[in-house]
Design a binder for this molecule. Structure first.
Ligand SMILES: NC(=O)c1ccc[n+]([C@@H]2O[C@H](COP(=O)([O-])OP(=O)(O)OC[C@H]3O[C@@H](n4cnc5c(N)ncnc54)[C@H](O)[C@@H]3O)[C@@H](O)[C@H]2O)c1
Ligand SMILES: [Zn+2]
Length: 1631
């Protein structure tokens, strides 16, 4: 036997698991010697074969000396698809063909796929033959190879067919892991961590702290078979093997005790109940271990919810998984970015879990962890669906009631600042210290790991010991007690050394740890090796400033180098000890610098005098906290005082000393967190005691009880270390009057929700002299809360409004007007802006208001991860999981923005390219704030840019400008549009900042034609002159813009668009529409994707086959009738000079950009960007791969929505494109021109799989030879669509015979149009033809639509809708239903089977509401419905949905007509107070108009309207033409009164007189008259008669616009606007 040291593990009573390194010869000999046979068959996959098969072949040839045994090998393709019935049959055929008999021994060499497949073959071949597992992935080593489970997959699910079949041997050769991709290694680590988590805490602790070493063991290849023998095995290899063997031993033990999986063996399924359900949806993009990783965290949360598992254990589990690069939540970008992740609903997951093998009957089972290393039961535990649903759901509903646990005693999570300090103090101190109530956060974990790495290494220890006979302390060490509740720190007395072998200390994004550790590293004792300590972090960390601290330390003699950017991590710190003496530090940026030096100062060579410079010291309380804690660890810091006044100075004296750790240190609870349970006591009239926080607290928020709750009427008892609050009976909280919350700003959210229900008057002396209402709480001193996780003041106002609570914003705070609980609105759904404090504050209010939903429950994880569990388990308020429905937002006329990704937009470009103009339009489209860097600069430096340059020169200006950029990016990371100066790209540091930012947010380059820019600049003078020709500047900067930006917005203002804008057809998209489309798309606020594709409804695109599309532009509206997108066949484009070029051709990026810009000027439809190669039926050269991808990247940068990428291109390029695609989507396409592809064959399936891998949409095109080919296609599509990981698929057959497939295809059917020059492909049909065909084959039944109202005889709506139906080939009909009232007739229509939808007009817009099932948020806000949409529910029922499109019609018309100089209209006037003016007011509010004047002849009805919109500022005016004293004249006027009731003649009686003075605004504006008759109403005529620029909008225009939206809501199709408008206008004129 060859010499190899193997470690054996026994399973089922046999030592059949053999583990070691480089075992191939050992394996072959063992098999030959102990499993005699005539035939050995090795099965592997092609990856593994390429790497390791030859070694087996060689070993076999060498040892099979007598040559009497055969050695056959069979290689399958890698991946899960081989684990199929076909895959199994292929191997069996191979064995049979080779006459293998019962004595055959099969060797399974590979990952779990090979092991499972080959194992199953062995189990049934000749009724079972012997086999051997040689796992090559970590997952296979520790999991799939051990236990004897074998299986294959079927389309119905994974592992559904299989057998228990035990291998003769399992050979674990850990050297195979050296070739395994890192992601696969992590995948296996999930199972290793799982096993440790359920079974062995020590093992877990090793995994937790030694991740880096474990990675190192597989990353460094072992040369010359090192590791084969014990003598040659490195410590890292030793560690790796012990981890693997440890994990296997547990599994082997469990399998031995319970081979057939009845009880105990279920334990290894920890994380798998939920993990498998996730995997079912996300496979194959997400690996098994990755799904299980998320599953473990979720199942541990289930355990926590059940009150079985503590948060500490959950935190450790989460961080440990993260350390091995595993995802820990479904929000992980690797998961969330997948299209399949969208279907991960709670219902879906629970549904999949139903068929879990572990279930007993309908009950689901989960392995419930009770602590790290142990489970609640020795088997899986039955868990109720509601519990699982609660964990899985993203939102919660709080059930109001009296806390059942009152009187409550609890501790809230430890303070983060105190935890960080305590950890460092105890680690530097002498003796053992038990830290209680430590907050486990990334900061503390990172700090612990770093301190462990900084402890004396063995070599330096040996050197240090030489010559001395006492043992040098070995740095700090950490261990857990009380199931993880207590951290035991063994202090290292300041002994620190450089981590061995150049290892860098990685701090992730833990800011506090970075600041504290920077000084700690200077304490490291000198070493012989001369190496430095390197601390580094993630990309974000590398941008966070640390300069002032490093400057201070350098000035004190420390040798610290920046390894990348100046002023940021990574740092290399020379080990030289801290010198001490006088240290000067600029402390105006962060108090953490001060604390960092203070904490380390006692270990300096000389006593330290720390002097803070730079004026204003920020956050003094944190410095005081540090000093107080140092005192608790035995070191007294003395602060100097001014001898004259006794006032403290910013000079601190720290003695040279060692910290003496107390035996126990209890970390104070976080005072901000404590406000929530205390507030619950206050609002529910119960009692709550928070242990561990009292009057002696170091935290400002500890004053909340005394200064806020007590004056509200609570009884507060506070000792030095405890706080107890008892609330008054429910409903008796007092308003506060004025309260300054400057010392406890974070607690203002808690105060606000209490103030909302505080309706008793304030205590005597606290009333507001000027307070308008008796129950007012005015909170001030909290201006900084506008720049926290979100603008918290705005957030509180917006969310309180949902409860009907009124508020008012102040400069540095807000006023809240208290209301009795009984008057608050129930069922509010609170949006949390991903801000933990918003979520927790509103859960306080939710304890008294029924049905409150808190939308993003996970945002509490930042400070109180188990808040929801504590709320139910410790406080006694029940919490339910809620699944937010996605459908409502899709159906609504104005889709809600995705709040998730709101990274600010940065805009750059040449001066004069229109940055400010475009930026402002973008900000209004996004409803974000706009920031001009130049203006910001001027404010900051109190001097204009031009003057600054004159005074200080260009270099100084560039430096200052870069600082400003950094500041802007840091301060306004979300929901801003930031426009930068054109020269910003001249500075390399600024370019780096921009490039860095482009990784997380859009950096948009605004491009305008050079000559236009030149023209513009000649007329402008506020910026300094260039001093060189503009064109040179242009040339120089161009490449920098390209390099820094991830998007390009084309703002062509010159010739091209001039000629295009000439005709004023309504289809012309103006610049506003294009800005809105582009910025909503690239920011992901409202990606411009085709809604029908997402909703899985029929969708179409028009193929544009022009060599130059400009001639088609005037007809775009006609051409695109009904379609969802436009396909631009880029390979067919020819620039003007090449128009006659035939055959393969590569169009230039510039030409393509121009073509797209031209198209955009006409339509906002999504564009499908297709580059079809010659071999796939197009004209793009087959081998110009680079050119093709350059064009694809151009498309993505231009915000093109869909890019068609052929799957034949190389994977590397495709992956790079996918990484860049942002919110655009990839259509992965394959065309078979040969006619050889069969829809029931293997080829198409393989192509589907490849396309599925990277495409968001799959496109497969074949050729039909007969009708049957279409049916086969249809069956294929049905099959693919029913699989769990289905993606939208375009599948068609070319040729005349294939036409049926074009009718049946449901996603993006390519259509042509009779007006187009040539069809893009043979057999293409038009949109209308397809509709007709669908109708004829019963796929598009006739529906009836109605107008409800009175009188309606002259309505234009039937013309509008019936024209549109006709043009689109839809078989529907629109009719009038004039009735006296909303009664039986209308009800009957609504209930009829063929009801398609209805418009509702005067006077029924309010009356119809009670007949409907749901309203859109807009209809709800407006309080009126003009559109009814029937929606078929999943269960087959019908739901009537009410919407309002009036407001969209109004706002669209206003936006389109608004003159450019009134970009941000300040004031508007609404005339009339009926149902339509409600929509007008809402539209104006949505347009951002600050002041809305309302005029109505009867004041009473006007007041009703004011009250209906409590959150919109509406000012009643008494006389037309007279505005409020401080109010500007309106630039928008909307009249909603009948034209016949108005006059411009002052002498006419009984009519509303319209004076010319209403058009007073000097800038001009827009006037809309909603009256239909006559076309030119007195109001519009009047507008035309005066000199200023007033644009007029007729009632019919608004009718058309709202009708277009209505039509789309009903049919899912865009209305063919131009033709419809034409017909409506001519009918109107004729009437
Ligand atoms: N039977 C069980 O108890 C059990 C338990 C868990 C998982 N499984 C099954 O295991 C399968 C997953 O196993 P897997 O994760 O090992 O996947 P796998 O077999 O597909 O291997 C993953 C990838 O790594 C490659 N590879 C394997 N070894 C390599 C090496 N040493 N160097 C380079 N590349 C290498 C493979 O070719 C493959 O591309 C699934 O089918 C799952 O159902 C079974
Ligand atoms: Zn598993």
């Amino acid at each position: 036997m060859p010499s190899a040291d193997v470690q054996k593990v026994s399973i089922l009573g046999k030592e059949s698991i053999h583990c070691g390194f480089h075992l191939v010869p050992y394996i072959v000999s063992t098999v030959l010697e102990t499993l005699p046979s005539s035939t050995y068959v090795l099965v592997t996959d092609s990856h593994v074969a390429g790497l390791h098969l030859s070694a087996f072949q060689a070993a076999f040839d060498e040892r099979n000396v007598s040559r009497d045994a055969r050695f056959l090998t069979y290689v399958v393709s890698p991946g899960e698809t081989s684990k199929s019935r076909e895959g199994k049959a292929d191997i069996e055929d191979f064995l049979l063909l080779n006459s293998c008999t019962r004595d055959t021994v099969i060797l399974a060499l590979g990952g779990g796929v090979i092991g499972d497949l080959v194992g199953f073959v062995a189990a049934t071949f000749m009724r079972g033959v012997r086999f051997v597992q040689i796992p090559t992935t970590l997952l296979a080593m520790v999991d799939s190879s051990v236990g004897g489970k074998t299986a294959i997959d079927t389309p119905h699910g994974k592992n559904l067919i299989g057998a228990f079949w035990q291998p003769e041997y399992i050979f674990i050769d850990a050297a195979f892991l050296e070739t395994l991709p890192a992601r696969e290694f992590s995948n296996g680590m999930a199972e290793v961590i799982k096993t440790a988590a359920i079974w062995n805490e020590n093992e877990f602790a090793a995994l937790e702290s030694r991740s880096a070493e474990i990675f190192a063991a597989i990353q460094t290849p072992s040369a010359a078979f090192s590791g084969r023998t014990l003598a040659s095995r490195s410590p890292a290899q030793q560690l790796l093997l012990s981890v693997i063997v440890g994990s296997i031993s547990v599994k082997a033990h469990i399998v031995t005790v319970d081979e057939r999986e009845t009880g105990l063996r279920n334990l290894v399924n920890f994380g798998h109940t939920i993990g498998h359900a996730i995997e079912a949806v996300l496979t194959p993009q997400v690996l098994h271990g990755e799904c299980v990783s998320v599953g473990m965290v979720l199942e541990a949360e289930v355990a926590r919810q059940l009150g079985v598992l503590g948060q500490v254990a959950l935190g450790r589990l989460t961080r440990c998984l993260r350390a091995y690069n595993l995802p820990v939540s479904l929000a992980d970008p690797r998961i969330a970015s997948l299209p399949a992740a969208k279907v991960l609903s709670v219902t879906k997951l629970l549904d999949i879990m139903k068929i879990d093998k572990k279930n007993s009957g309908p009950q689901k089972k989960i392995v419930v962890l009770s602590r790290i290393g142990a489970t609640y039961e020795p088997k899986a535990t039955v868990v109720a669906d509601s519990v699982i649903a609660k964990t899985l759901s993203e939102a919660v509903r709080v059930v109001p009631g009296i806390p059942t646990k009152s009187p409550i005693r609890m501790a809230t999570p430890g303070s983060k600042s105190i935890s960080n300090r305590a950890l460092l103090l105890a680690a530097l101190g002498k003796g053992t210290c038990r830290l209680k109530n430590l907050l486990h956060s990334d900061d503390t974990q990172v700090m612990m790991n770093a301190l462990i790495e900084l402890k004396a290494s063995p070599s330096s220890r040996r050197q240090a010991c030489r010559g001395s006979n006492h043992l040098v302390p070995q740095g700090a060490s950490f261990s857990w007690e009380d199931g993880g509740e207590t951290l035991v720190v063994q202090g290292g007395e300041g002994s620190l050394s450089v981590p061995p072998n150049g290892k860098e200390i990685y701090l992730g994004n833990a800011g506090t740890a970075a600041r504290f550790l920077a000084t700690v590293c200077t304490l490291v004792q000198p070493s012989a090796s001369g190496e430095r300590t390197v601390i580094t972090g993630n990309a974000r960390m590398k941008q966070r400033p640390i300069g002032p601290l490093v400057d201070a330390l350098r000035a004190n003699g420390s040798d610290i180098a920046y390894l990348e950017s100046q002023g940021c991590l990574p740092l290399a710190v020379a080990p030289a000890g801290l010198r001490g003496g006088h240290i000067r530090l600029a402390a105006s940026v962060s108090s953490q610098y001060v604390s960092s030096i203070l904490l380390c100062a006692p270990y300096a060579a000389e006593p330290v005098t720390l002097e803070l410079t730079g004026g204003q010291v920020i956050s003094q309380p944190y410095i005081n906290m540090t000093i107080a804690m140092m005192r608790a660890f035995g070191v007294d810091v003395v602060r100097d005082a001014d001898p004259a006044t006794g006032a403290p100075r910013d000079v601190y004296r720290i003695p040279k000393a060692a910290y003496a750790s107390p035996r126990e240190y209890s970390i104070e609870s976080d005072a901000s967190s404590a406000t929530y349970p205390l507030a619950i006591a206050a609002i529910t009239g119960t009692t709550c005691t928070i242990e561990n926080i009292g009057s002696a607290s170091l935290q400002g928020d500890a004053r909340f009880a005394k200064e806020v709750l007590e004056p509200m009427g609570c009884v507060v008892v506070q000792t030095a270390t405890e706080t107890t609050v008892t609330g008054p009976p429910v409903g008796q909280l007092r308003a506060l009057g004025l309260v300054d919350m400057e010392p406890m700003t974070d607690a203002f959210l808690t105060a606000s929700v209490l103030a909302a229900v505080a309706c008793a008057p304030p205590l005597a002396g606290r009333e507001l002299a000027d307070g308008s209402r008796p129950a007012t709480t005015r909170i001030v001193g909290i201006a900084n809360q506008r720049v926290k996780e979100c603008n918290r003041i705005q957030a509180m106002m917006d969310q309180l409004a949902k409860f009907g609570v009124e508020t008012k914003e102040l400069d540095d705070g807000l006023e809240v007007y208290g209301k009795p609980v009984s008057e608050l609105k129930e069922g509010a759904s609170v949006h949390c802006y991903d801000d933990h404090r918003v979520a927790m504050a509103f859960s306080v209010l939710a304890t008294v208001v029924k049905g409150t939903v808190i939308e993003e429950k996970r945002c509490v994880e930042k400070t109180w991860p188990n808040w929801w569990d504590d709320l139910s388990n410790k406080i006694g308020i029940e919490v339910e999981g809620v699944e937010l429905s996605v459908s409502t937002s899709v159906a609504s006329a104005s889709r809600l923005a995705d709040q998730g990704s709101a990274a600010s937009v940065v805009i750059v470009g040449m001066r004069g390219s229109g940055k400010t103009f475009i930026g402002q339009l973008a900000s209004s489209a996004l409803e974000w704030s706009f920031l001009d860097a130049d203006e910001f600069f001027e404010k900051k430096f109190q001097v204009g840019v031009r003057e600054y340059v004159q005074k200080n020169g260009w270099p100084a200006f560039r430096a200052a400008e870069t600082d400003v950029l950094q500041e802007l990016l840091n301060t306004y990371p979300a929901r801003y549009v930031i426009s930068l100066g054109g020269g910003i790209v001249e500075t390399p540091a600024a370019r780096d900042l921009l490039k860095g930012y482009a990784k997380k947010g859009p950096v948009v380059h605004i491009v305008r034609e050079v000559d236009e820019v030149v023209k513009y600049l000649e007329a402008e003078g506020s910026r300094p002159a260039y001093g060189e020709p503009i064109i040179d500047v242009f040339r120089r900067r161009e490449p920098w813009f390209v390099e820094c930006c991830n998007y390009v917005f084309v703002n062509y203002t010159g010739v091209l668009t001039d000629s295009l804008q000439a005709d004023n057809a309504p289809s012309t998209t103006n610049i506003r529409d294009e800005v809105a489309r582009f910025f909503n798309h690239v920011t992901g606020q409202q990606p411009n994707l085709a809604p029908n594709v997402t909703a899985d409804s029929r969708s179409y695109f028009l193929s544009l086959t022009y060599p130059d599309i400009t001639p088609a532009l005037p007809h775009i509206d006609k051409l695109t009738a009904g379609v969802d997108a436009i396909e631009l066949r880029v390979d067919l484009l020819r620039s003007p000079k090449d128009l006659d070029e035939l055959g393969a051709y590569v169009p230039s990026a510039a030409h393509v950009t121009d073509q797209i810009a031209a198209l955009r000027s006409k339509t906002s439809l999504p564009i499908v960007f297709t580059v079809r190669t010659v071999s796939q039926g197009g004209q793009f050269p087959d081998h110009a791969e680079k050119d093709a991808f350059a064009l694809f990247h151009t498309a993505i940068r231009l915000g093109v929505e869909y890019v068609d990428v052929e799957i034949t291109w190389s994977e590397k390029h495709i992956q790079a494109l996918v990484a860049q695609k942002g919110h655009s989507q990839i259509i992965a396409s394959w065309h078979d021109w040969s006619g050889n592809m069969h829809w029931d064959g293997k080829l198409v399936e393989a192509k589907y799989r490849i396309a599925h891998e990277f495409g968001d949409i799959i496109k497969l095109v074949g050729k039909a030879n007969d009708l049957d080919d279409n049916l086969a296609l249809h069956r294929f599509v049905q099959r693919m669509r029913s699989s769990v990981d289905a993606k939208p698929i375009i599948a068609i057959n070319m040729g005349i015979e294939g036409q049926l497939s074009r009718v049946l295809n449901s996603t993006f059917s390519p259509v042509s149009h009779p007006l187009l020059p040539s069809k893009a492909a043979p057999g293409q049909l038009s949109f209308a033809q397809i509709q007709t065909a669908l109708h004829l084959i019963g796929q598009l039944p006739t529906r009836r639509f109605f107008l409800f109202g009175n009188p309606i005889k002259h309505s234009m709506s039937p013309t509008l809708h019936n024209t549109a139906f006709e043009l689109l080939g839809l078989p529907h009909k629109y009719e009038l239903l004039e009735t006296e009232a909303v009664g039986e007739e209308i009800k009957a229509v609504l209930a009829s089977n063929d009801f398609g939808g209805a418009s509702v007009t005067i006077p029924f817009k309010l009356d119809v509401i009670p007949l409907l099932d749901a309203l859109s948020p807009e209809a709800e806000a407006i309080g009126a419905v003009n559109t009814i949409v029937p929606q078929r529910t999943a269960g087959g029922g019908l739901m009537l949905y009410g919407d309002n499109t009036d407001w969209l019609g109004i706002s669209h018309c206003i936006r389109a007509a608004l003159p450019a100089n009134v970009n941000n209209p300040e004031a508007a006037l609404v005339i009339g107070a009926g149902g339509t003016s409600r929509a007008a007011i809402y539209a104006l509010h949505k347009l951002g108009v600050q002041r809305i004047y309302l005029f109505n002849r009867t004041r009473r009805s006007a007041e009703v309207l004011v009250n209906a919109f409590p959150n919109i500022k509406i000012e009643l005016i008494h006389e037309l033409g007279t505005w409020p004293a401080d109010g500007p004249a309106p630039t928008i006027i909307v009249s909603t009164v009948p034209a016949s009731a108005t006059t411009t003649d002052p002498d006419v009686e009984n009519a509303l007189y319209l004076p010319i003075s209403i058009f007073e605004s000097s800038a001009g504006g827009v006037v809309v008259d909603m009256a239909y008759k006559p076309a030119e109403t007195p109001l519009l005529a009047l507008a035309g008669n005066q000199s200023k620029e007033w644009k007029t909008v007729k009632g019919v225009q608004v009718l058309l616009e709202q009708g277009y939206v209505q039509f789309q809501l009903w049919t899912g199709r865009r209305c063919p606007k131009a033709l419809v408008a034409e017909r409506v206008w001519s009918a109107y004129m004729a009437a």
